[in-house]
Design a protein around this ligand. Structure first.
Ligand code: G1P
Ligand code: ZN
Length: 542
């Protein structure tokens, strides 16, 4: 039986950078998840009889919302639902399943790298038929609908056993529980030279992958250990846990500190990597060298032709605006297009669909390609391993050679988390008001060349996205960017992105914060960060 349930709208269901993210208790309010899911369906057209993919990163409340989503999809007339076993699908694997099975779209339950647990974060996002995050046109429609919704539809049915693969029927809708790993592992085998990587591992190359008790564990185990022959134990923390073992599943130098320390030791493995809660981010560390995500994008783009899936070369590269300009010089050398988009993977979708770009990346540890429409943590790890297997050099050597050839972009992001929203908004508003006055002014010996509020004109659908971050560009190529996070769930997070280009190889060995010290001071001087936020130092430096 299909029930039509009366409900009252919530006013706070506006999707952010990557779907709707709130604390679990917010999602546990009466009909909160139901309202949002129905708002998604109400914003879509012509899906009757089509396929919907449902999966999540396994965090607390995942299993409950999976059951709700299945029953609502059935009640709303989808023909088939594909759900990952255990309710598990990493974000890139979900994107792949949507594409491979020609689904209408997918619902991914995740709050990415945010902590999980009864009082931590949960999230719901909708991906469209190309496998990528819904564009703003759809997320705006979902938000508009959520403000007026008065009923939702749900099948009055028993829960599906999502822990065993198999097929069920609810109200004429076929529900299939699928292996969450198989399709993804197959795709990786097509893209990369598994034989070369296997031979490298067999030759004693040591890899360590920290799944951070999040969703990539089963994927990394299957691919790295079972298919590529890395020794058992190479994948750490491989069991997805609802609370990620109490950790913050964000693969950066703060939250994956132990891996970093291990990789800096004399007897470190050759290659260390990690991924986040939902498997779309990556951390790459060679023995004795952390590769910044911006550098990793540039280096992967410069070497991608060494992997079978990219042997024909790249059509272009895209990066989010705050990501360093390192990839720009690779694109220039390759003679291919370079695109600068706002923060958030959704802005890459059109460029990928139109084949304007093959590889994309963000400074926030996101790298990916046209193989899916999400960033992909394990993909980045496997492309690095493929490059290492072919070049037979260490990560450190590859990085040094790259800097020598292209110059080095010293780069760091300073986050001020959970600051007062009014103070953060005031800081940005004040900068915005002063943009016209800044050019020509000198701070600590550096002259502002240009200052603007980044706006993106999508070359494919011609849409315009404004207010995407304050950019202050200095003569000589240094840059400071200020923007507020669109993924936080409490207060505001101010992100300050600091970058300096250093062409001289003799100066490529400076510690990053030292190399950027003058710009860090200038950022505070221009924006009065300390005064406005009341913080002496950033909460996280990456
Ligand atoms: C952050 C990152 C951004 C990424 C997003 C989703 O968004 O900065 O690059 O796409 O998470 O993983 P923000 O909180 O800055 O809006
Ligand atoms: Zn993520």
């Amino acid at each position: 039986m299909i029930k039509t349930v009366s409900t009252t709208p919530y006013s706070d269901q506006k999707p952010g950078t990557s779907g709707l993210r709130k604390k679990v208790p917010v999602f546990q309010q009466e009909n909160y998840a139901e309202n949002f899911i129905q708002s998604i369906f109400d914003s879509l057209e012509d899906f009757a009889g089509q396929t919907l993919v449902i999966g999540g990163d396994g965090r607390y409340y995942n299993r409950e919302v999976i059951q709700i989503a299945i029953k609502m999809a059935a009640a709303n007339g989808f023909g088939q639902v594909l759900v990952g076993r255990g309710g598990i699908l990493s974000t890139p694997a979900a994107s792949n399943v949507i594409r491979k099975h020609k689904a209408f779209g997918g619902i991914i339950l995740s709050a990415s790298h945010n902590p999980g647990g009864p009082t931590e974060d949960f999230g719901i996002k909708y991906n469209i038929g190309n496998g990528g995050p819904a564009p703003e046109k759809i997320t705006d429609a979902i938000f508009a609908r959520s403000k007026v919704i008065d009923t939702y539809k749900i099948a009055d049915a028993a829960d599906i056993n999502i822990d065993i693969e198999g097929t069920h029927t609810i109200e004429g809708t076929k529900i299939t529980v699928i292996d969450p790993v198989a399709d993804y592992a197959e795709l990786m085998e097509e893209l990369f030279d598994f034989a070369a990587i296997r031979a490298m591992f067999a030759g004693g190359f040591r890899v360590v992958f920290d799944a951070m008790s999040a969703v990539t564990g089963p994927y990394a185990k299957e691919i790295l250990e079972n298919r590529l022959g890395a020794p058992k134990g190479s994948v750490l923390n491989f069991m997805p846990l609802p609370d990620f073992g109490g950790h913050h599943p964000d693969p950066n130098l703060v939250h994956a500190r132990a891996l970093y320390e291990a990789m800096m030791a004399d007897d470190a493995p050759d290659f260390g990597a990690a991924s986040d809660g939902d498997g779309d981010r990556n951390l790459i560390i060679g023995r004795g060298i952390f590769v910044t995500p911006s550098d990793s994008l540039a280096m992967l783009a410069a070497n991608a032709h060494l992997a079978p899936g990219y042997s024909k070369g790249l059509s272009g590269i895209a990066r989010s605006m705050p990501t360093s300009g390192a990839a720009d010089r690779v694109a220039e050398k390759l003679g291919i297009g370079m695109y600068e988009t706002p923060t958030g993977w959704k802005f890459f979708g059109n460029l990928l669909d139109a084949d304007k770009v093959t590889i994309c990346g963000e400074e926030s540890a996101g790298t990916g390609s046209n193989h899916v429409r999400e960033k992909d943590g394990l993909w980045a790890v496997l492309l690095w391993l493929n490059v290492l297997a072919v070049r037979k050099e260490s990560v450190l050597d590859i990085v040094r050679e790259h800097w020598a050839a292209y110059g080095r972009n010293y780069y760091s992001r300073h986050d001020y988390e959970e600051v007062d929203s009014a103070a953060a908004n005031g800081l940005i508003a004040d900068l915005r008001a002063r943009l016209a006055d800044l050019p020509g002014k000198t701070f600590g010996g550096l002259t502002v060349e240009k200052a603007d509020d980044f706006a993106y004109h999508d070359p494919i659908d011609k849409s315009v996205s404004e207010h995407q971050g304050i950019r202050i560009l200095f003569a000589g190529g240094s840059r400071i960017v200020f923007r507020l996070s669109g993924t936080g769930t409490s207060g505001a997070t101010l992100r300050v992105y600091i970058e300096r280009f250093e062409p001289d190889a003799a100066r490529h060995d400076i510690e990053t914060q030292t190399a950027l010290a003058d710009l860090i001071a200038i950022a505070d001087e221009i924006a009065d960060i300390k005064g406005r936020t009341g913080r002496d130092a950033p909460s996280v430096i990456t």
